[in-house]
Design a protein around this ligand. Structure first.
Ligand code: 13P
Length: 245
């Protein structure tokens, strides 16, 4: 890991409840925030709760700021309840809720405009990896976001989540993950060298306490986006601790 402050993000997906929140918050408060930044992305309904010193994140956001969009939540609303981060373009949203590269890009823009930090997810399917299309897929996903922004924002965070590694127990090897992370940074460098060097790129996909230390030791892996293991206080805090250099 480099001089970039490690970032570990819990993505609870459609899981968790107030009891888990009450258990998780004090444990995360004990972590040394100068060594590892942590974010808890719960379902929307809990984001109005008091998180104390723990940073809040949403799992999605509307691309519009207001209007007749039943069921949607705007970036401005998220900001109002104290959110700092928003996960955008998770593969589950792309696959199950029809989020295209263009929609993802619009959501990133809306998030930045509201002063929040987007965590932009990219990743290839198993079939795309097997047909050697991984880097093409990643390049298209990253560029579709970067090309719509008026300038490179130093608030951007990317997350590489190979679709075949999510919730499957199959983790990318360090070499596979590092290759993609390195390439994402190269793409970002073509927009702004200095900001690309300070942009954090997280890895997600079956990260556990047992494999996190090795993954986080890779040069271009700056932390993790954690699904299943973020629902267990001990596992999640162990992963956060493993991100400390
Ligand atoms: P798992 O850690 O359960 O594989 O999920 C990863 C993920 O999708 C995080 O956003």
């Amino acid at each position: 890991m480099s001089a970039r402050l490690p970032l570990v993000v819990a993505n609870w997906k459609l899981n968790g409840n107030r009891d888990l929140l009450a258990e998780m918050l004090p444990a995360l408060t004990e972590l040394d925030a100068s060594q590892v930044e942590t974010v808890l992305c719960t379902p929307f309904v809990y984001l109005g709760d008091e998180f104390g010193d723990v940073q809040k994140g949403a799992q999605s956001v509307a691309s519009q700021s207001s209007g007749a969009f039943t069921g949607e939540v705007s970036a401005q609303m998220l900001r109002e309840v104290g959110c700092h981060y928003v996960i955008i373009g998770h593969s589950e949203r792309r696959a199950m809720f029809g989020e295209t590269d263009n929609v993802v890009a619009q959501k990133v823009k809306a998030t930045l405009d509201a002063g929040l930090i987007p965590i932009v997810c990219v990743g290839e399917t198993e079939q795309e990896r097997e047909s050697d299309a991984t880097l093409d897929v990643i390049t298209k996903q990253v560029k579709s976001v970067m090309d719509i922004l008026p300038s490179f924002s130093d608030s951007l965070v990317f997350a590489y989540e190979p679709v075949w590694a999510i919730g499957t127990g199959k983790t990318a090897t360090c070499e596979q993950a590092e290759e993609v992370h390195y390439n994402i940074r190269q793409i970002l460098m073509s927009y702004n060298h200095e900001l690309a060097m300070s942009t954090r790129i997280l890895y997600g996909g079956s990260v556990k306490p047992e494999n996190s230390k090795e993954l986080f030791s890779s040069e271009n892996i700056d932390g993790g986006l954690i699904g299943g293991a973020s629902l267990d206080v001990e596992s999640f805090t162990a992963i956060c601790e493993n991100a400390v250099a």
